[in-house]
Design a protein around this ligand. Structure first.
Ligand code: DAH
Length: 344
């Protein structure tokens, strides 16, 4: 039995020398040391020996299995380190390589400008009208009649306004002022709202004009609203949007739905007032029309002009964006050239 043990040990040593990998080691362990392994088979026969032989052979068997166990362990650790190193080498990452390019979508500059303007008016206590009070496809009734625009006003002319074939009198709105009427029809004063949206005009397209563009309408109706309130709110808006140092001017003007009416110009950012292509040589760009709501308009929606008064304004989003970011051509907003859009 002693010889048998030594022979198995010798075989195990040869096997171990031939081993190359962790899984070879595991095979050897199974072959010799597991419950069904060769040493256990021998240990099972110990019971047939004399007590004296049992002791000698038993302790030899233990000694040999322990020796084998520890050389297996040593080999295992050696292979483990080797295999781990190989794996680390193979999976090594070169952190100096450039990263993968992941394109980023961005908010369109007109959307960003609209959001910024709306946020300013929200901070001044205005809320945004619901979409259904600001439709782009509109009847002449809301786009013109209710706003006190005479039947023969040139703005109604097909040369300016896009008439649809949906029905007679259905137009693409030429101004966001339609939302004023819808807001007042749906609500009693006090009313303090803004309405951003797209408008359409049959223009010849150039650096300053496109046949659709964007406006933000504003309306404030309550008791005792004065022209001083109009000036205060719009000056505060300009200060918040452009900063205090941007030259602006108030001019008197005319709109059928306001009396008195005014326009605000902002100095051209491209030429700093010297005159250029963008401002057609004047040094100024008009950004908004405004005025005290005409009593006829209040009467049209059933608000008593002897009790209530209000002011309204409508501003051009493209103009405001151009004047802030020095964009010299309105068409850039609509060409969707990535080189332009990426800059915002
Ligand atoms: N709707 C006018 C336009 O498109 C702008 C405007 C002027 C709006 C005066 C107003 C206003 O609300 O009071 O030219």
């Amino acid at each position: 039995m002693k010889e048998q043990l030594e022979k198995i040990y010798a075989n195990a040593t040869v096997d171990l020398e031939k081993a190359q990998t962790i899984s070879d080691i595991e095979e050897i362990r199974a072959k010799y040391l597991s419950r069904k392994g060769e040493f256990n088979e021998i240990k099972k026969n110990l019971k047939n020996l004399s007590d004296e032989d049992k002791r000698v052979v038993g302790s030899l068997a233990n000694e040999i299995t322990q020796k084998l166990e520890s050389s297996l362990k040593a080999k295992y650790e050696e292979f483990y380190k080797k295999e781990l190193n190989e794996k680390l080498q193979k999976e090594r990452i070169d952190i100096t390589l450039p990263g993968k390019y992941i394109p980023h979508g961005k908010v369109h500059p007109l959307t960003a400008t609209t959001n910024e303007i709306v946020a300013i008016f929200q901070s001044l206590g205005f809320s945004v009208v619901p979409d259904e009070h600001s439709p782009e496809v509109e009847t002449e009734y809301y786009n013109f009649d209710m706003l006190n625009v005479p039947k023969d006003h040139p703005a109604r002319d097909v040369q300016d306004t896009f008439y649809t074939e949906i029905a007679k009198n259905v137009v693409l709105r030429s101004q966001t002022s339609n939302s004023q009427i819808r807001a007042m029809e749906g609500q009693n004063p006090p009313i303090r709202v803004v309405a951003p949206g797209r408008v359409y005009r049959n223009e010849n397209i150039n650096a300053r004009k496109n046949n659709f563009f964007h406006q933000i309408e504003g309306l404030y109706v309550d008791k005792n609203i004065t022209f001083g309130d109009l000036k205060g709110v719009l000056n505060e808006f300009i200060r918040l949007y452009f900063g205090a140092s941007r030259p602006t001017r108030f001019r008197s003007s005319f709109f059928p739905f306001t009396e008195p009416s005014a326009e605000i110009d902002v100095q051209c950012i491209m030429c700093e007032g010297k005159g250029c292509r963008t401002c057609s040589g004047t040094g100024w760009l008009e950004i908004l029309g405004a005025g005290m709501v005409d009593p006829n308009v209040l009467r049209n929606v059933g608000i008593d002009p002897d009790v209530y008064s209000g002011f309204a304004f409508g501003m051009g989003v493209e103009r405001l964006s151009m004047l802030k970011y020095a964009i010299d051509d309105i068409r850039l907003f609509f060409n969707n050239d990535e080189r332009f859009l990426k800059q915002f």
